[in-house]
Design a binder for this molecule. Structure first.
Ligand code: GDP
Ligand code: MG
Length: 370
């Protein structure tokens, strides 16, 4: 039952059927393109071609090419992508606004700050930091569940007058599970009842040893309200980013992840996409989750129209045929026929997810097409 035709497998791998047949012959399995092969053989073949079976999430399966891993010499430094997490009311939104506010240059051409789900700030040395504007661990875990590991650094906000709370601990656990480095922003230090040292001690109980306690997790005392020490926080992020040596190849077709999406009455589906590698350009044919389309226009976090967006740059994309979901992967494909094909396949996986109780595993993905 767990079988797939060579033709179908070739299609999903983006390889020529004839090449698969040739490989199968070498592997001692002489078959024609219309015959079925079992799952083990299919998996061998996938490996043979340097592809990997990518479980986008527990209930979604896709095949991606591993042969298109970017060569070291094509990689260039890219800005870090930061998510702010912490307990409700500890100041996540205030901190995001304060950081952004301090960075908006008045009089900038068309410089109207626009909420697109993410924004970039520039440091004095002109290096940049990308902030995801959707704080909270839900957004972080939702995206991770969908296979979109976009966050490079987590800033954990802890109110100095309140200490560690349940959502702080959840955020710590999610960050650890994701293996993402953390910086602690001890907020609300303007308050007379602020006890930053108590926060550091409480963090010890969760194996977070901050620098002030002799550890290597950077901690910065801030006040989002009074805009105190925001520069130090940005410097801490920049330092952490330097250690991570974040790089991507900007000179290839773009791949990215949806940060948020909505339907706009006048402009149709809008998706804020964080480019992860390559450069996204107006005119590119794209598949985003189960939606496809052509990039008609792109708008940056200042409301300006842009023609292209490179790694770690967030842009709002116009031109999709449907509204995707946060965490969906954007892929640039060679033409519209291919876009529809990929989108239809992904839609099929989604439909199946909805109509069957059993999660779509690799096994039933193959059974499904037999
Ligand atoms: P969030 O739920 O984590 O996004 O927290 P908010 O940013 O909405 O802040 C919750 C409350 O704390 C609001 O009333 C803010 O004005 C206040 N707040 C945030 N940061 C500071 C700060 O640095 N100092 C003081 N005194 N209040 C703050
Ligand atoms: Mg908030």
């Amino acid at each position: 039952p767990e079988a797939i035709t060579v033709q179908e497998l070739a299609k999903r791998m983006g390889e020529r059927g004839a090449d698969l047949v040739k490989s199968l012959f070498k592997m001692g399995t002489p078959v024609t393109i219309n015959e079925t092969i079992d799952q083990d053989t299919a998996e061998l073949l996938i490996e043979e071609f340097g592809h990997r079976i990518n479980r986008v999430s527990e209930s979604d399966v896709d095949i991606q090419s591993e042969t298109d891993v970017d060569a070291a010499e094509t990689l260039k430094p890219r800005p870090p992508v930061v998510t702010i997490m912490g307990h409700v009311d500890h100041g996540k939104t205030s901190l995001l606004d304060a950081i952004r506010g301090g960075n908006v240059q008045s009089g900038e051409a068309g410089g109207i700050t626009q909420h697109i789900g993410a924004y970039q700030v520039a440091l004095k040395d002109k290096s940049k930091i990308t902030f995801l504007d959707t704080p909270g661990h839900e957004a972080f875990t939702d995206m991770r569940m969908r296979g979109a590991n976009v966050t490079d650094i987590v800033v954990l906000v802890v109110a100095a007058d309140d200490g560690l709370k349940p959502q702080t601990i959840e955020a710590i656990n999610h960050t650890k599970a994701a293996g993402v480095p953390m910086i602690v922003a001890i907020n609300k230090i303007d308050k007379p009842e602020a006890k930053p040292q108590k926060v550091r001690e409480e963090l010890l109980q969760h194996e977070i040893v901050v620098e002030q306690m002799g550890g290597d997790v950077q901690d910065v005392e801030v006040s989002a309200l009074k805009k105190t020490n925001l520069d130090s926080l940005l410097e801490a992020i920049a330092l952490q980013a330097e250690i991570l040596e974040l790089k991507a190849n900007p000179d290839r077709p773009a791949e990215g992840a949806v940060v948020e999406a909505k339907l706009d009455k006048g402009r149709g589906p809008l998706a804020t996409v964080l480019v992860q590698r390559g450069t996204l350009r107006v005119g590119d044919v794209i598949v985003v989750g189960a939606a496809s389309g052509k990039v008609r226009a792109m708008i940056d976090d200042h409301g300006r129209q842009v023609k292209e967006a490179g790694p770690s740059v967030p842009v709002e994309v116009l031109g999709l045929g449907a509204v995707p979901s946060a965490g969906d992967q954007l892929t640039v494909v060679e033409n519209e026929a291919r876009a529809r094909e990929v989108a239809t396949y992904r839609q099929g996986v989604l439909d199946k997810k909805r109509t069957t109780a059993a999660p779509v595993s690799l096994e039933n993905m193959f059974a499904n097409r037999a």
